[in-house]
Design a binder for this molecule. Structure first.
Ligand SMILES: [Zn+2]
Length: 230
């Protein structure tokens, strides 16, 4: 479709019952049900064009993050602070935070040192995220006046958290790289979904009660951290 100032790829599929728009590397793809007319598709894109342009700009502005090599000297963020990785020889593989450094011990003769360090780092982050996020839920849930049925901390490719209508809350462990106030916002965001299962103005009034600068937090997340990256 070339009636927009960005390229649009339309994918018609019999399996789809509603439309979905994705933006990736400046290309907009729209998956729609087989029978949807061109006119309806154009209206749909038109309605979402502000969002689409914002996504295109965000993706263009975001510096391509260099993949980590998991070697000494590399820096990692944890709760908004930067820590250097130090890889040392050790009898058993382990990772500890010591004096402002993340010290990874790996056996001298270990094969695939980088992938071993990578899994040590990921495990460390995941267990710390699990602990911190649960603490924050425990602190904020009574304030919001809700009681989540379950809390899970796992890997998500493109989101920071989710909340089901029955109160099962999940978080992306990678959020633990962000400063406390941003992590707090994500926790409050999911807890408030137990009051309001949408992003309506009413929902945001709940959020604003606990995080007055929720807009700033949202922009921070959009610009500074990607749900997929460590
Ligand atoms: Zn939400």
């Amino acid at each position: 479709m070339d009636c927009f100032d960005f390229p649009v790829e339309v994918i018609r599929t019999p399996r789809k019952r509603s439309a979905a728009i994705h933006v990736s590397s400046g290309v907009v793809s729209v998956r729609v049900p087989q029978s949807l007319s061109d006119k309806r598709i154009q209206d749909l894109i038109h309605k979402r064009s502000v969002w689409i342009k914002r996504k295109i700009k965000e993706q263009a502005d975001r510096p391509a993050s260099k993949p980590k090599e998991y070697v000494s000297g590399e820096s990692f963020s944890y709760l908004g602070k930067t820590y250097r990785l130090k890889v040392v020889d050790g009898a058993e593989p382990s990772l500890k935070m010591k004096g402002g450094q993340l010290v990874a011990s790996v056996p001298k003769d270990a094969k695939n040192r980088e992938s071993l360090v990578k899994s040590l780092v990921a495990d460390w982050y995941q267990s710390h995220a699990d602990q911190k996020l649960r603490e924050k839920v425990e602190r904020f849930a009574p304030l919001v006046g809700v009681e989540p049925r379950s809390i899970a901390v796992k890997a998500y490719k493109s989101r920071w958290g989710s909340c089901t209508s029955s109160g099962d809350i999940s978080f992306n462990w990678k959020i633990i790289q962000a400063p406390h106030r941003i992590v707090d916002y994500v926790v409050i965001h999911e807890l408030c979904h137990m009051l309001e299962h949408n992003h309506s103005p009413k929902y945001w009034t709940h959020v604003a009660r606990y995080v007055r600068d929720w807009r700033v937090c949202r922009v921070w997340l959009r610009e500074k951290l990607h749900p997929h990256s460590l």
